[in-house]
Design a protein around this ligand. Structure first.
Ligand code: NDP
Length: 286
């Protein structure tokens, strides 16, 4: 069982997906994806920079389940931003995933030439090669910039979001502009201090669920798309079982109050102004 959320163009997105960043390569990756598919996940979130598009595509094929039943997202990396470079990167991602279209394609960060990249993505969308187009790690200023210069606005923004960093201002902005909010690090990257907060463990106990399930349910009730990552079979299953209970308004408010504005990752524009990081990434993705 999974909820579906409609993008502005009517395409339905499974609200619970599976993130594949940092899953160990090789046999472990195969085992994890096989298990996720077995449990019922059909929405997978990858990116060129994760280096596992090929392996993910292979496991999806091996499952024997028709391609149309999957919802596959990939992202264009910063060094591939630009009109021609983004089109090329898109083709490469499709080839690695062994698919003829992507369900969702995102600009990974608002790096240099993101407007030209957006033009390429819009064209690919018009040609029917992408079903939902969007961005990741964009702030209001950059979203306004794209909206001002483009006939089609991003349909989704994938951003760090968890109880300690609930992104209230950006969340409201996205809602006003009919841009979907997708959370990366929905579990705060499994931070043990967060998962053991008494506010969460109390609610979890009441619903006979885990803190992680309570957090995921909080996102779901905020209308956010979540893509938790786990390499552990028990937790893969646990994270899927979040549609058979409901948090009360009071419980939602208790979790809302955990927001301290604390990012677990650096500010997205921090990456973009750091030449060392850009250089490192160029080497990494060769
Ligand atoms: P998550 O919040 O999904 O946390 C993953 C961590 O939580 C892992 O260490 C995992 O450990 C642990 N975990 C998972 N389930 C549970 C559970 N039920 N109880 C306790 N611990 C749990 O963080 P991610 O950073 O992985 O984000 C998810 C996805 O978002 C990524 O895989 C990627 O697809 C995407 N992403 C996008 C970014 C972007 O810039 N657009 C940046 C970062 C991520 P274990 O595996 O051992 O279960």
């Amino acid at each position: 069982m999974n909820n579906r959320i409609e993008a502005v163009n009517g395409v339905e997105i499974p609200q619970l997906g599976f993130g594949v960043y940092k899953i160990k390569k090789g046999e472990e990756f195969e085992r994890v994806i096989r298990e996720a598919i077995r449990v019922g996940y059909r929405h997978f979130d990858t990116a060129k920079i994760y280096g596992n598009e090929k392996a993910l595509g292979r496991e999806i094929k091996k499952s024997g389940i028709p391609r149309e039943q999957f919802f596959i997202t990939s992202k264009v990396w910063t060094t591939d931003l630009g009109y021609k470079a983004t089109k090329k990167a898109f083709e490469e991602s499709c080839n690695k995933l062994d698919v003829s279209y992507l369900d969702m394609y995102l600009i990974h960060f608002a790096g240099p030439r993101y407007l030209e990249a957006w033009k390429a993505i819009k064209e690919l969308y018009s040609e029917g090669k992408i079903r939902v187009i969007g961005v990741a790690n964009f702030e209001i200023e950059q979203l306004e910039h794209v909206r001002m210069h483009s006939s089609i606005s991003p349909m989704i923004n994938q951003i760090e979001t968890h109880p300690e960093f609930s992104q209230n201002e950006l969340h409201d902005y996205l809602g006003r502009h009919r841009i979907l909010h997708e959370a990366w690090a929905p579990l705060g990257q499994g931070n043990k201090v967060l998962l053991q907060r008494p506010e969460l463990t109390d609610i979890a106990l009441r619903h006979k669920k885990s803190s992680a399930q309570v957090i995921l349910r909080w996102h779901i009730q905020r209308g956010i798309i979540v893509i938790p990552k786990s390499s552990n079979p028990q937790r893969i299953k646990e994270n899927f079982e979040i549609f058979d209970f409901e948090l009360t308004e009071k419980e939602m408010e208790t979790i809302n109050r955990l927001n301290s504005g604390k990012r677990y990752s650096v500010h997205p524009t921090g990456y973009m102004v750091n030449p060392f990081y850009i250089k490192l990434m160029k080497l990494f993705i060769k």
